[in-house]
Ligand binder design. Structure first.
Ligand code: SF4
Length: 419
């Protein structure tokens, strides 16, 4: 299934965009699955439409698939075709696919924004690629390596063949994977994501000692708030009261839903165990604040249940700008942090304080070098040039009162604009 950060989100479009996508021309075939988001869709669409008369672009996965097919139909071998794709696309793309001759392949964009790892079955007869190690684990596969930015890996009966197609790539791995997107039981560089999130919780305790002093209990917004809650509990000594419970069968990601859906979804999704918070000063751990309205609903529920104070401990620093690389927070207008600082956000959502983990703490706990992380949505520094110029341009317009019309990278785009 496609997580829609490009193209339409109606049921039919989502079904049409279901991966893998396949394409064929002049006897050349390719199938592709893709994780990420492409920014320079306009330019690519023009090139591909000229080459393939039947092309009707539904989403950026289509563009990746057709661009690769286009290069293959020019007679290029797979590595040369993939290299051209890597050099032609602006954005984030971790791609797996099957070539017409049956070869399995995988490659990552030159910044390695999205994760992609390789593994094999214990008897060595099967090979696999996955965004996260968890899917290797649950299928009984052994993890071999994380692909490097700008690397192509092909698989034959002899195993993996690794080719570095882009020399000296500039790594920019998505920092939001650690805080929110990745599963806690996945590993990056040998460390479980949940351990990193626990460290985030410890960091916030050390960064806001006066708030910890003024609290009775901690609780979490399930489930991504659970791991930092453990860290807060260990570092502060405060009881972690499991006073919020998530509905097992309401699984939508609230922050990507439309307004009305979001309110009713979060209301059904999280229940508060009222007597556990009544009369208490509560620290609530949360992974991030995007729009702020889901957090506001939870705080409202806590107040109604009688919580005396509500302090938000938020592990991902204040989100000030959109993501162009595969997380669907794609305009300034939807981000409460683009217009408001922490104290203003606290007032708007009804908290006594909003305490964001520092960027330094986030980097330290991730175990990555700061220079190797994408943190564009919290720093405003985008790793790819087109995204930077689009973000800068839209920010200037937004601050002067312009009302964005959907995702920034789809504006003036007649095919992929949201309806
Ligand atoms: S902009 Fe933010 S969410 Fe998007 S890839 Fe970079 S760190 Fe991740």
């Amino acid at each position: 299934m496609r997580y829609t950060t490009s193209g339409k989100c109606d049921d039919q479009s989502i079904v049409l965009g279901t991966q893998p996508l396949t394409a064929e021309a002049n006897g050349v075939k390719v199938a592709v699955s893709f994780n990420g988001n492409i920014v320079n869709t306009q330019q690519l669409k023009q090139e591909i439409t000229e080459a393939f008369q039947d092309f009707t672009c539904g989403c950026d996965s289509d563009l990746v698939c057709r661009k690769l097919l286009l290069e293959l139909t020019k007679g290029k071998p797979l590595p040369a075709a993939v290299k051209t794709v890597m050099e032609s696309l602006d954005g984030a793309f971790s791609v797996t696919g099957i070539a017409g001759n049956g070869d399995l392949f995988a490659f990552k964009d030159p910044h390695g924004v999205k994760p992609l790892c390789a593994g094999h079955s214990p008897d060595g007869s099967m090979f696999a690629f996955s965004s996260e190690t968890v899917s290797l684990d649950i299928n009984g596969f052994v993890r071999d390596f994380e692909l490097n930015p700008g690397e192509l890996v092909t698989v034959s009966k002899d195993g993996f063949r690794r080719q570095q197609l882009i020399e000296n790539p500039k790594k920019a791995f998505c920092a939001f994977e650690y805080a929110y997107f990745a599963r806690p039981d996945s590993r990056f560089d040998g460390k479980y994501v949940y351990e990193i999130r626990e460290d985030y919780g410890r960091n916030i305790v050390h960064e806001f000692p006066e708030i910890v002093e003024d609290a009775d209990i901690i609780m979490s917004v399930p489930e991504t708030g659970d791991d930092p809650a453990m860290g807060v509990h260990e570092a502060s000594g405060l009881r972690w009261e499991r006073a919020s419970r998530r509905h097992r069968y309401v699984t939508e990601r609230a922050f990507i839903l439309l307004n009305d859906e979001r309110f009713s979804t979060i209301d059904r999704k999280v229940n508060i165990l009222g007597s556990k918070v009544a009369g208490k000063r509560v620290i609530v751990t949360e992974d991030s604040i995007v729009r702020g309205d889901t957090t506001k609903i939870i705080i409202d529920k806590l107040r109604k249940a009688g919580a005396k104070k509500v302090y938000m401990f938020v592990t991902f620093p204040r989100i000030i700008g959109p993501c162009f690389y595969g997380i669907d927070m794609s305009s300034y207008g939807q981000l409460i942090g683009s217009r408001h600082k922490a104290d203003e956000i606290a007032k708007i959502i009804g908290a006594d304080a909003v305490c964001y983990q520092s960027i330094d703490g986030l980097v330290r706990a991730s175990g990555e070098n700061r220079a190797d992380l994408c943190m564009a949505c919290i720093t405003g520094e985008y790793p790819t040039p087109l995204a930077q110029s689009m973000a800068d341009d839209m920010k200037a317009r937004f601050l002067s009162g312009y009302k964005e019309k959907g995702r920034i990278y789809e504006q003036n785009d007649p095919i992929t604009s949201p309806s």
